[in-house]
Design a protein around this ligand. Structure first.
Ligand SMILES: *[C@@H]1O[C@H](CO)[C@@H](O)[C@H](O)[C@H]1NC(C)=O
Ligand SMILES: *[C@@H]1O[C@H](CO)[C@@H](O)[C@H](O)[C@H]1NC(C)=O
Ligand SMILES: *[C@@H]1O[C@H](CO)[C@@H](O)[C@H](O)[C@H]1NC(C)=O
Ligand SMILES: *[C@@H]1O[C@H](CO)[C@@H](O)[C@H](O)[C@H]1NC(C)=O
Ligand SMILES: *[C@@H]1O[C@H](CO)[C@@H](O)[C@H](O)[C@H]1NC(C)=O
Ligand SMILES: *[C@@H]1O[C@H](CO)[C@@H](O)[C@H](O)[C@H]1NC(C)=O
Ligand SMILES: *[C@@H]1O[C@H](CO)[C@@H](O)[C@H](O)[C@H]1NC(C)=O
Ligand SMILES: *[C@@H]1O[C@H](CO)[C@@H](O)[C@H](O)[C@H]1NC(C)=O
Ligand SMILES: *[C@@H]1O[C@H](CO)[C@@H](O)[C@H](O)[C@H]1NC(C)=O
Ligand SMILES: *[C@@H]1O[C@H](CO)[C@@H](O)[C@H](O)[C@H]1NC(C)=O
Length: 777
C-alpha cells in the first residue's frame, strides 16, 4: 500500500515541478505580451501573477486564454476580440510554442501588418479584422506559411496584393475585404487549392478582371467579390467551382453574359448575386440544378429575354430579385406558389401574365414588387390568404377587376401600391391590416365611397386615392389619422372637407372634386350659416389656421409639386432606402413597424414626430420623421445627412443613420434618456440646481461653437430652443434637430418654422428676421 502510494506521489511531484516551470514561462510570456498592449478598460486585469498559484496552470483561466487539456497546459489560443486594445502586437507571443489561434479582431491596433508574428510556428489562425491596420501587404506575407486562416478585413490596408501571397498554400480562409487595396489581382489564386472562403469585397480601388484561375478552387464555398472594382466577364472556368455555395459579385462593373454552362455546374449554390453590374444577354436556365438555392439576385443589369418556367423547380428559393432589367414574356407562374418564397422583385421589366390564385400556397411570402410591367388579370383572392405579406406593389400594370375584399387581411401588411392600373368596383373595407402605413390606389376606375374603416388604421401615413371615380364625402374621422399626405384629387367627392386636413400636415390634395367645400377651397359650404357658437369657432379657427398655416400649406403644396415633377425621372419610386452610419442590425421595415402611437414620444414639434424604438440588442434609438419634399436625390440626401452625422461632439446628439422613401425621411438619433430641457422647464414643480443650469448653458454654448465654427463644413443650427436641447441623466445637454434646412430644403424649413412661430412667439436666433410674423405676446 505504501509503495503504491509513493510512486504516484513522486510522479506528481515531478510533474508539478515541470508544470510550474512551464507555468511560469507561459505566464511570463503572456505578461510580456500584455506589457506592450494598452488596455484602457482593464479587460486583461485577470492577467497577473497570483501569489498562491493554484491551480498551477492558473494562467489558463485568464481572460481569452485557452490551453491544452492536459499537462503541461500550453497555451493554444488567445481570443482577445473586441476589448478596445491598442499599442503594439509583440512577437513575444510566439514564445507560446503551441499557440495556433490568435484573434485580435475588433480592437484598435494601429500599425502595419505585424510580420513578426510569422515567428509563431504553430499559428494557424490570425484574425486582425476590424482594427486600424495600415500600410501595404508586403512580400514577406509569404513568411506566414503555416497559416490556414488569415483575416485582415476591415482595416486600412492599401496597395497591390503581392504575388508572393501565393506561397500561403495551406490557406482555407483568406479575407482581405473592406480595405483600400488597389490595382490588379495577381494571377496566383490557383495556388490556394485548400481555399474555402475568399473575400476581396469592398475594395473600391481594385481595378481588375476576375481571373480564370479562380475556377481552380474546387473546395471554395464562398467567393465574395462584391463592391470592388472588378470588370470584364464572369470566366467560363467558374464551372469548376464545384463546392461553391455563396457567390457575390454584386456592385462591380461586370459585362458579358451569365453562362448557362457555369450556372448548371454549380450544384451546391445557396446564394447567387450578380446584381448591379452591366451584365447582358438572357436568363440562364439551370439554376434549380442546385437544390439548395435560396437567393437569386440578378437585378439592375441589362439582361433581357424571358425567364424560364423551370425556375419553379427551385423549391428552396426564398429571394428572387430580377428588377431593373429588360426581361419580357410571361412571368413564370410557378414561382408564385413556391413553398418558401419570401421576396419577389421584378419591377421595371416588361413582364406579362397574371398572378395565379395558387399564390395562396406561398405561405411565407412577405414582399412583392412588380411595378411597371404589363401584368394583367385580377388581383387574386389567394393573395389575401398569405398572412406574412407586408408589401405589395404592383403599380403601373394592367390589373383589372375588383380588389378582393380580403385583400388586406395580412396582419402585417404595411405598403400597398396599386396605382395606375385598371381596377374597378369599390374599395373594400380594410379592417384587418392594422399596420398599413401607405395605401396608393391612384389612377384606377374605382367607384363608390371612401371606406370609413380607413380612419381606424392608426398608422396610416400616406393615402393616395386620386384619379378615380370615388363619390361621397371625405370621412370626418380622417382627422384622427396622422397622415403626412392625402391625395384625393380628381374624383367626384363632395361635402365638407374636415378642417384638420387643410391645416399644415397632411399635405392634402383635393382639386378636381367639384362637390367639395370648406375652408381652403374655392367653394364655401352651403350649410355655413351656423349658430353663434359655431361661428365663433369658425372665426377663431380661420384666424389661427388660415393665417398661421395658410402660407404653410401653400408652400408645402408647392414643395410637393416640385417634388412630384422632379421625381418623374427617378426610378424605383416608393422604395425604402436606408443608410446606417452605425451597425444597427435592423431593417427599415422593422423600424417602420415599430413606429406607432405607443412609441411616439411627446408632441414631436413642427418638423415631425419622434418615436423611441428599441433595437434587437435592447438599445434605444430615437427616430424623427420628416416629410420628404423631394428636393434632394437619394444620393444628395445621403451626402447631406452624412455631413450632419459626421459631427462629433459631446454636446451634439449623434445621428446614427436614416432611411427614406419618396414620401418621408426618418432620421435616426441616439436616444438621450433625460428628455428635453423644455420638458424640464415646463414641469409644474420645476427646480434645478445652479450647477446643472451652468452645465447646460456651457454645454449648449460649446456644442453651438463646434457646429458654427469648428466643424467643417460649418453648420448653422437655425432652430435652437429648449425642446431641441436634450439632457442625459447627469444634465449634460445634447443639441438635436440642427441644420434641418439641409435635409428638408430652405423653402420647407421656413414654412415649418413660420408655422411654429405662430404658436410659440419664440424665434430661434438662427432664423431669418424677415420671416417673423407680427407677434403680440
Ligand atoms: C473604455 O475605455 C475608453 C477609453 O478610455 C472609455 O472611453 C470607455 O468609456 C471605456 N468603456 C468602459 C465600458 O469602461
Ligand atoms: C470599448 O469602448 C467603448 C467606448 O469607448 C465602450 O462602449 C465599450 O464598452 C468598451 N469595451 C469594453 C470591452 O470595455
Ligand atoms: C475574425 O473575427 C471576427 C470578429 O469576431 C469574426 O467576425 C470573423 O468571422 C473572424 N474571421 C474568421 C475568418 O473567423
Ligand atoms: C504556386 O505554386 C507553385 C507550385 O506549387 C509554386 O511553384 C509557385 O511558386 C507558387 N506561386 C507563388 C506565387 O508562390
Ligand atoms: C465601368 O466600365 C466603363 C467602361 O468600361 C467605365 O466607363 C466606367 O467608368 C466603369 N465604372 C466604374 C464604376 O468603374
Ligand atoms: C436582347 O438584347 C440583345 C442586344 O443587347 C438583342 O440582340 C436581343 O435581340 C435581345 N433579346 C430579346 C429577347 O429581346
Ligand atoms: C418603367 O420601366 C422602364 C424599363 O422597362 C423604364 O425605362 C421606365 O423608366 C420605368 N418607369 C418608371 C416610372 O419607373
Ligand atoms: C395627386 O394626384 C394627382 C392625380 O393623380 C397627381 O397629378 C398629383 O401629382 C398628386 N399629387 C401628389 C403630391 O402626389
Ligand atoms: C369615371 O369618370 C370619368 C369622367 O368623369 C368617366 O369618363 C368614366 O366613364 C367613369 N368611369 C367609371 C368606371 O365610372
Ligand atoms: C405608387 O406607385 C407609383 C407608380 O409607380 C409611384 O409614383 C408612387 O410614388 C407609389 N406610391 C407609393 C406610396 O409608394
Amino acid at each position: 500500500m505504501a509503495a503504491t502510494r509513493t510512486f504516484p506521489l513522486f510522479l506528481s511531484a515531478a510533474l508539478h515541478v515541470f508544470v510550474l516551470c512551464s507555468a511560469s514561462s507561459e505566464a511570463d510570456t503572456l505578461l510580456s505580451f500584455k506589457s506592450s498592449i494598452e488596455d484602457p478598460n482593464h479587460s486583461l486585469s485577470t492577467w497577473s501573477h497570483s501569489s498562491s498559484p493554484s491551480p498551477a496552470h492558473y494562467y489558463c483561466n485568464w481572460a481569452g486564454v485557452s490551453c491544452t487539456a492536459n499537462p503541461p497546459f500550453q497555451v493554444t489560443a488567445l481570443n482577445l476580440q473586441a476589448l478596445n486594445l491598442s499599442g503594439e502586437i509583440s512577437a513575444s507571443v510566439c514564445e507560446l510554442r503551441s499557440l495556433s489561434y490568435l484573434n485580435l479582431a475588433d480592437n484598435l491596433f494601429n500599425q502595419p501588418i505585424p510580420l513578426e508574428l510569422s515567428l509563431c510556428t504553430s499559428l494557424e489562425t490570425l484574425n486582425l479584422s476590424n482594427n486600424l491596420i495600415w500600410g501595404t501587404v508586403p512580400d514577406q506575407i509569404a513568411l506566414f506559411s503555416s497559416l490556414k486562416v488569415l483575416d485582415l478585413s476591415r482595416n486600412h490596408i492599401e496597395g497591390k496584393i503581392p504575388d508572393s501571397i501565393g506561397a500561403l498554400k495551406d490557406l482555407q480562409v483568406l479575407n482581405l475585404g473592406s480595405n483600400l487595396l488597389s490595382g490588379n489581382v495577381p494571377p496566383i489564386f490557383g495556388n490556394f487549392t485548400e481555399l474555402v472562403v475568399l473575400d476581396l469585397s469592398e475594395n473600391a480601388y481594385l481595378a481588375s478582371e476576375i481571373l480564370g484561375d479562380f475556377g481552380k478552387l474546387v473546395r471554395l464555398e464562398q467567393l465574395l467579390l462584391q463592391r470592388s472594382g472588378f470588370h470584364g466577364g464572369i470566366p467560363d472556368s467558374f464551372a469548376g467551382l464545384q463546392s461553391l455555395a455563396i457567390l457575390d459579385l454584386s456592385q462591380n462593373n461586370l459585362t458579358g453574359g451569365i453562362s448557362q454552362t457555369v450556372v448548371a455546374s454549380l450544384k451546391n449554390l445557396v446564394s447567387f448575386d450578380v446584381s448591379q453590374n452591366r451584365l447582358a444577354g438572357s436568363f440562364p436556365d439551370g439554376f434549380c440544378g442546385a437544390k439548395g438555392l435560396i437567393e437569386l439576385s440578378l437585378h439592375t443589369n441589362l439582361l433581357n429575354g424571358s425567364v424560364p418556367e423551370s425556375i419553379h423547380e427551385c423549391l428552396n428559393l426564398e429571394k428572387f430579385q430580377i428588377q431593373n432589367n429588360d426581361f419580357s414574356g410571361e412571368f413564370p407562374s410557378g414561382l408564385w406558389s413556391l413553398p418558401k418564397i419570401k421576396v419577389v422583385r421584378a419591377e421595371n421589366n416588361r413582364f406579362s401574365g397574371d398572378i395565379p390564385d395558387s399564390v395562396s400556397m406561398a405561405t411565407k411570402l412577405e414582399q412583392v414588387q412588380i411595378d411597371n410591367n404589363s401584368f394583367t388579370g385580377k388581383i387574386p383572392k389567394g393573395l389575401g390568404l398569405v398572412k406574412s405579406l407586408y408589401r405589395f406593389s404592383g403599380s403601373l400594370n394592367k390589373f383589372e377587376g375588383e380588389i378582393p375584399p380580403n385583400f388586406c387581411d395580412s396582419p402585417v401588411m404595411s405598403i400597398v401600391n396599386l396605382s395606375h392600373n385598371a381596377l374597378s368596383g369599390q374599395i373594400p373595407e380594410l379592417t384587418k391590416c392594422r399596420r398599413l402605413v401607405s395605401l396608393a390606389l391612384a389612377d384606377n376606375s374605382l367607384t363608390g365611397e371612401i371606406p370609413l374603416s380607413l380612419a381606424d388604421l392608426s398608422v396610416l401615413t400616406y393615402l393616395d386615392l386620386s384619379a378615380n371615380n370615388l363619390t361621397g364625402p371625405i370621412p370626418q374621422q380622417f382627422q384622427n389619422l396622422k397622415l403626412a399626405l392625402l391625395n384625393v384629387s380628381f374624383n367626384q367627392l363632395s361635402g365638407r372637407v374636415p378642417y384638420a386636413l387643410v391645416s399644415g400636415l397632411p399635405a392634402s390634395f383635393l382639386q378636381g372634386n367639384l362637390g367639395l367645400c370648406g375652408p381652403g377651397l374655392s367653394t364655401p359650404c352651403l350649410d355655413d350659416q351656423p349658430s353663434r357658437h359655431k361661428t365663433r369657432i369658425t372665426t377663431l379657427t380661420y384666424a389661427l389656421i388660415s393665417v398661421a398655416f395658410g402660407v404653410g400649406v401653400l408652400i408645402v403644396a408647392a414643395g410637393f409639386f416640385v417634388y412630384h415633377k422632379s421625381s418623374k425621372q427617378k426610378q424605383q419610386r416608393g422604395v425604402w432606402r436606408s443608410v446606417f452610419f452605425y451597425p444597427l442590425r435592423v431593417t427599415e421595415q422593422d423600424l417602420i413597424m415599430g413606429m406607432d402611437e405607443k412609441t411616439a414620444a411627446g408632441g414631436g414639434g413642427a418638423f415631425g414626430r419622434v418615436y423611441v424604438l428599441s433595437l434587437p440588442s435592447g438599445e434605444l434609438i430615437a427616430v424623427k420623421k420628416l416629410v420628404n419634399f423631394g428636393i434632394h436625390s437619394s444620393k444628395a440626401l445621403k451626402s447631406e445627412i452624412k455631413t450632419l452625422a459626421k459631427t462629433r461632439h459631446k454636446s451634439i446628439a449623434k445621428i446614427l443613420g436614416f432611411f427614406h422613401s419618396d414620401e418621408s425621411i426618418f432620421v435616426i438619433y441616439e436616444f438621450v434618456p433625460g428628455g428635453s430641457l423644455a420638458d424640464l422647464l415646463f414641469r409644474p414643480n420645476f427646480q434645478l440646481q445652479w450647477s446643472f443650469r451652468f452645465r447646460i448653458a456651457i454645454g449648449v454654448a460649446q456644442g453651438l461653437a463646434y457646429l458654427h465654427k469648428d466643424y467643417v463644413p460649418r453648420l448653422l443650427h437655425r432652430n435652437v430652443k429648449s425642446s431641441n436641447i436634450l439632457l442625459d441623466t447627469e444634465f449634460n445637454p445634447k443639441l438635436t434637430d440642427f441644420a434641418l434646412d439641409q435635409v428638408v430644403g430652405e423653402a420647407a424649413f421656413q414654412t415649418i418654422v413660420v408655422s411654429e412661430l405662430a404658436s410659440s412667439c419664440y424665434s430661434a436666433p438662427g432664423f431669418l428676421r424677415s420671416f417673423l410674423p407680427k407677434c403680440s405676446c
